[in-house]
Design a protein around this ligand. Structure first.
Ligand code: SF4
Ligand code: SF4
Length: 195
């Protein structure tokens, strides 16, 4: 619901601008350059805010990785060339039963989505425990999917993750950027069809 209203706001902004521009080439240039720059600038602001937060290395994201996709969907995506799905499955495997998911790590917002199969929970294949604490046995050589987490405020984070404040402050902005970019690409492809 929230994304839908954000998407409509982005659509209105772009369409208003396109109506103001008379020339077809200038409309394309707006989408290709001006709007793209605006998007990149907003992404950079989110990245700068991210860099101010220091990962607590608590390991919660190793024990609870959250995806909107089921294991079957992820496998299919990986098979069809989706690099993100492939990298994810190289590191994580699904919890065998919902009862195995560590509830203390689960964000409150996702407690019901789990029951409705709107989110799926995974854990790292390599994570180990020592003195009751999780640790990564390959930390210095951990894969990019671990190094780059969370790469967007749209990621679902474990409850105690220190990046939750950054997520809360930037999630709406990230949704707006995503909507702008999706609409930008749609219009560019429509314009190209009409050339
Ligand atoms: S490889 Fe290491 S950093 Fe990556 S999820 Fe596993 S335990 Fe965590
Ligand atoms: S859950 Fe957050 S704070 Fe903890 S290790 Fe992962 S990214 Fe760092």
């Amino acid at each position: 619901m929230l994304y839908k209203s954000i998407f409509l706001k982005a659509k209105t902004q772009i369409e208003k601008k396109l109506i103001q521009i008379q020339d077809f080439d200038k409309k394309q240039a707006y989408l290709e350059f001006e709007l793209k720059d605006e998007i990149l600038k907003s992404e950079e602001e989110i990245k700068k805010a991210f860099e101010k937060v220091k990962c607590a290395q608590c390991g919660a994201c190793c024990s609870l990785a959250i995806s909107e996709f089921s294991p079957c969907e992820l496998s299919l995506r990986a098979k069809n060339g989706d690099k993100t799905a492939k990298s994810f499955l190289e590191v994580f495997e699904p919890y065998e039963s919902p009862g195995d998911v560590p509830l203390s790590l689960l964000p409150d917002a996702l407690k019901n989505t789990a029951k409705n199969n709107e989110a799926f929970f995974y854990h790292c294949k390599k994570i180990q425990k020592k003195d009751g604490k999780s640790f990564c046995p390959i930390y210095d050589k951990r894969p990019d999917v671990c190094k780059n987490f969370p790469d967007t405020p749209l990621e679902n984070l474990p409850k105690a993750c220190v990046y939750n404040v950054w997520k809360d402050e930037n999630e709406v902005k990230a949704m707006f950027i995503k909507a702008l970019n999706d609409i930008r690409k749609f219009y560019l492809s429509e314009f190209k069809k009409g050339e």
